[in-house]
Design a protein around this ligand. Structure first.
Ligand code: SF4
Length: 383
């Protein structure tokens, strides 16, 4: 089968679910143009207890830039109300950089001649043991996106190894079917992150030149399949800067989370804020997103999705990260290595992008405390 959003048919292994979330999100994104709202619309949205999709679009508008200080005050108080001053800390581990996709903006693109590597079970164990020695109890496992090189069994091995050292385990891997997510949940995984990259199907087709990722709708429904498979939480992200108007992608991403939260009220929802960073190769027609705009998106997410976690990664510089956790972000990575390995032995395999904040876990923890925040290594008890 092929939906209007897909540039190619579903591959034989891909599960098709019956869901109307994608149609709703894409229709509303088409109807709501952030550039059509005024600063008065943004202020009206800020006066409400619960925001509608229209209010969310108003807060994402260029006009809302004039109300940024009010947004910050409201976002800070909303964050304090639901999360106190706590900030979750975690680190990513890349266990493989093999990838079967050809994304025009990524170093791991299957067509790039980079050093490829994949950690063995012993190496995964050694890396995780070293990470756990920093005190962290939450980890995010990334494998690149290759079913052939990093099969579901391999991901399961990584997750099972992680259960020896960590209390909360996330996976950021290629989209899976709901029974595969169930298997990985049974191995010990808690949450699933999938970035849609861009929610504009046409732009999506231009940037994803080969591989299973070309099937837009299969990727879009990954979080829902993960929840059907019993995962506790799901995370969303658009890679801001891929589309001519990043506000539309932020709008679609927030709506995606919003409608899934309504359909699965028990799900823990998180938002990520990746924006394009320098890497080995790049699509030349990308649109830079500035820090102030990134902050506006994060605050709009907070006000539209008051209970959602918001993650800020080491793609951003330390000063920005230190500030945003005082306003609306609730989760921060530290000591990130975006090559393969590097904690126990020498890093092998090329890196996905440049890290901007290279501080250690201890340094990030101290910075949080200095700013009156409470670093939290774990808030979840596994039963
Ligand atoms: S963005 Fe993800 S899927 Fe695309 S080439 Fe990079 S690692 Fe592979």
């Amino acid at each position: 089968m092929r939906l209007p959003t897909d540039v190619e048919d579903y591959h034989p292994h891909m599960e098709c679910i019956d869901s109307s979330v994608m149609d709703t999100v894409l229709r509303l994104t088409e109807e709501l143009d952030p550039s059509s709202f005024t600063v008065a619309d943004a202020r009206r949205a800020l006066s409400k207890d619960a925001l509608s999709p229209e209010d969310f679009a108003a807060l994402l508008s260029p006009a809302a830039d004039s109300a940024l200080e009010e947004m910050a005050q409201r976002a800070r108080s909303e964050t304090r109300k639901h999360f106190g001053n706590s900030v979750m800390m975690f680190t990513p581990i890349y266990t493989s950089n093999w990838c079967g996709n050809r994304c025009a903006y990524c170093t791991f693109n299957a067509g790039n001649r980079i050093a490829r590597a994949k950690l063995s079970e012993e190496e995964v164990d050694a890396e995780m043991r070293n990470i756990a020695a920093t005190g962290l109890t939450e980890i995010l496992i990334l494998t690149g996106e290759s079913r052939e090189k990093s099969g579901v069994d391999y991901i399961g091995m990584c997750v099972k190894t992680a259960t020896k050292y960590f209390r909360s385990i996330g996976i950021e891997v290629y989209p899976l079917n709901h029974d595969e997510y169930r298997y990985l949940r049974d191995c010990g995984a808690d949450y699933v992150t999938v970035f849609q990259e861009t929610y504009d199907p046409e732009r999506y087709g231009e940037l994803h030149l080969g591989g299973p990722k070309r099937v837009f709708s299969y990727r879009f429904n990954a979080q829902e399949r993960a929840l059907m498979g019993g995962m506790r939480g799901v995370a969303f992200g658009a890679l801001l800067g891929l589309r001519d108007d990043f506000r539309k992608d932020a709008l679609a991403c927030g709506l995606h989370a919003y409608y899934l939260q309504r359909k699965y009220p028990h799900a823990e929802i998180s938002m990520s804020l990746p924006r394009l960073r320098p890497c080995l190769t790049h699509a030349s027609d990308t649109n830079p997103v500035h820090e102030r705009q990134l902050l506006q998106v994060a605050m709009a997410y907070r006000l539209f999705l008051p209970f959602a976690g918001i993650t800020i990664s080491t793609r951003e510089v330390g000063k920005f990260r230190d500030n945003i956790v005082q306003i609306c972000a609730t989760k921060i990575s530290a000591d990130s290595h975006v090559g393969i390995g590097g904690r126990a032995e020498e890093e092998k395999g090329d890196e996905q992008f440049e890290v901007s904040d290279a501080r250690t876990v201890l340094e990030v923890k101290k910075a949080l405390e200095k700013n009156g925040m409470q670093p939290v290594f774990n808030d979840y008890v596994r039963t």
